[in-house]
Design a protein. Structure first.
Length: 242
């Protein structure tokens, strides 16, 4: 089974500092939704997910309004099960930032409420949790707040940690943590890091790449891991499990 996580950066171009800054200006600092739509390319997200040949994928930074297109195009790629979780609202255009869990394997969405967010840039991109009956497996996709919002991030980490303690059996936790593994591992001592600290986020430059996107598990054996380059400032990170 292959599992992957990808922060799509709204389907925008994040491969250099100018396009990165312009994309974030469009989403977070102006209210013309048509300008945002023109700059997004969901096909680039579909392409890298197709290339990854993954069974389960967590997608971060889905912008409210992209759900229908993602769902329709991913279903054509064999992803029958697609669920979204809400994060914060943008300040000017009031659109939700979301996460998605997409799967070729049958799963059921579990309601998760009260994940703490604040409605401003970096205020937390949401969480979604699904249960896979055939695998006896829970999978969570989460997008944490920026490190500058220390109190909020700690609150989110504690919230997820407490939620995980209630789940029995096999487990996968993945997403954009906005922190390196060395800084979040203390919160998830009972889980194993599968993504091996792969440097996944360019932070506006190929010369400043850090491991911010992680895949943790419980009760799985790792066969292989790796990454793919997409249009986003984040790489798609994948792991093969048995």
């Amino acid at each position: 089974m292959r599992v992957a996580v990808y922060n799509q950066m709204f389907g925008m171009n994040g491969k250099n500092i100018l396009s990165y800054l312009y994309a974030h200006y469009l989403v977070h600092f102006q209210s013309n939704i048509n300008k945002i739509r023109k700059a997004t390319q969901i096909d680039s997200t579909i392409s890298i997910i197709r290339e990854s040949k993954s069974d389960i994928v967590g997608v971060c930074e889905v912008l409210e309004g992209q759900e229908k297109e993602l769902r329709e195009k991913l279903k054509k790629e064999g992803y029958t099960y697609i669920y979204f979780g809400d994060g914060h609202k943008t300040r000017f255009n009031k659109l939700r930032i979301k996460v998605a869990l997409v799967s070729k394997i049958k799963c059921n969405n579990l309601s998760m409420t009260k994940f703490p967010v604040i409605n401003e840039l970096g205020g937390g991109g949401g969480v979604v949790c699904c249960y896979f009956p055939s695998q006896k497996l829970h999978v969570l996709v989460v997008h944490f707040a920026l490190t500058q919002k220390k109190d909020l991030m700690n609150e989110q980490l504690i919230f997820i940690n407490n939620y995980l303690r209630k789940l029995k059996g096999r487990l996968i936790l993945m997403g954009d943590f906005n922190k390196t593994h060395s800084k979040v591992k203390e919160y998830f001592k009972d889980l194993v890091l599968l993504s091996a600290g792969i440097k996944s986020c360019r932070i506006m430059s190929t010369f400043n790449c850090r491991d911010l996107d992680h895949i943790f598990s419980r009760s799985f054996k790792l066969k292989a891991n790796g990454f793919l380059e997409g249009k986003s400032d984040h790489r798609l990170v994948y792991v093969d499990l048995e």
